[in-house]
Design a protein around this ligand. Sequence first.
Ligand code: NAP
Length: 409
Amino acid sequence: MKTPNLSRRSFLEAGSATAASLAMAQGASAATEPRVSVPRAIGQPMRSNVQLPTTPPLPRRADSVGFAIIGLGGYALNQMMPRFALAQRSHIAAIVSGNPEKLKQVGDAYGVPPDARYTYDSFDAIADDKRVEAVYIVLPSGLHAAWTEKAFAAGKHVLCEKPMALSSEECARMIAAAERAKRKLMIAYRSYFEPHNRLAMALMAQKALGPLRLLRADHSYRMGPVTPAQNWRLDRALAGGGPLEDLGIYGLQAALYLTQEVPELITASTYQPEGDARFTQIFAHVGAQLRFPSGAVAQLSTSYDAAGANTVSARGATGVLTMDPATSYSGQKMRLEQAGQAGRDLTPGDPDVQFAGQLDHFADAIRDGGQIKTPGQMGLRDVRLMEAIYASARTGRYVRLNPDGTMLD
Ligand SMILES: NC(=O)c1ccc[n+]([C@@H]2O[C@H](COP(=O)([O-])OP(=O)(O)OC[C@H]3O[C@@H](n4cnc5c(N)ncnc54)[C@H](OP(=O)(O)O)[C@@H]3O)[C@@H](O)[C@H]2O)c1
């Protein structure tokens, strides 16, 4: 096994350093180190599996909030943009892309007027576009911070995809930018709007399992034979450490929303195999153990090189709740076993509502001033915890935490 020579700090520095200075910071020559890109918004080809609508969806309500979608990739085009048709108070008002053909094709399909189709270079003009009140950032994770700051500078509200950013410094900048602009910031943690996960939170609050003792969350899939140059998810500057920021974050989130606690202690390890072109810049797997103030212990595992898993289980003193799949786009399954009772499969509702649910929650907060369930502070907390996981893995020691997720030592 190769010990990763890249500290979490160098992952973080990747967000702002040039490739040359980064290589120097790592004490390596640029010639011998793998290429580390500078995070920059660059248009990509249209994905082959995209289905565009045949009729443009219309806003449902007169007070619907107009969103600009930044980054027309797989998740925006296949999941989120079609779900605007199900939203009550949110509609697509503009699109932003680095690929002019995509701008035309997607703009025509969604009924976005030509003067509401922006490129990364013309984005700043969106400040004067009154049709756009909020910006939804669906770019690679290493671009979230810079584009959130640009959107706030343009006076828009921001819904930002997970992970919020690749470092707590970036998250803090995003929160400060929201405060300066007096605009709202929400992290698109869709499980907060998904019926199975919402029921799981309610069951834990009711102590349906007795006091919570053990949690387990596994999130993985097997990445195809690609390189960082072919897929940003393998590129440290755009993806951080890799599977933890992309997939493991769902398990981390679940551990926190099921316990309703922040861990006080973390131990973790990472694995970066040698000779695998996929893992020259990121980790293949990350495992972490979190101990909460109540004494509950969570095991998290995540991988880009293991057969697909998407499971969360919670074990209390008197019962067990299992979700498999737990945090997927669809098909959630959930089973509750309580002492003295037959196990029950629970079907609290259609997971599909999670997508439009988060859009309308943000629109409600913008219009009515309500509290956001998944605010920037939550994204910051989670990024701090991921930093603690990497710190533990790097040092081989456990990391003690403050209640806000910052490291004690
Ligand atoms: N909440 C969820 O369930 C969920 C699921 C999947 C992804 N996500 C998040 O959504 C974000 C995007 O993920 P995705 O799966 O949609 O990625 P993707 O399919 O690779 O699309 C990313 C898009 O970002 C734009 N982009 C700008 N600069 C880029 C660069 N340097 N390299 C690559 N793309 C660049 C491109 O859009 P243009 O060609 O239009 O410029 C590209 O198509 C990530 O933050 C991810 O974590 C969330």
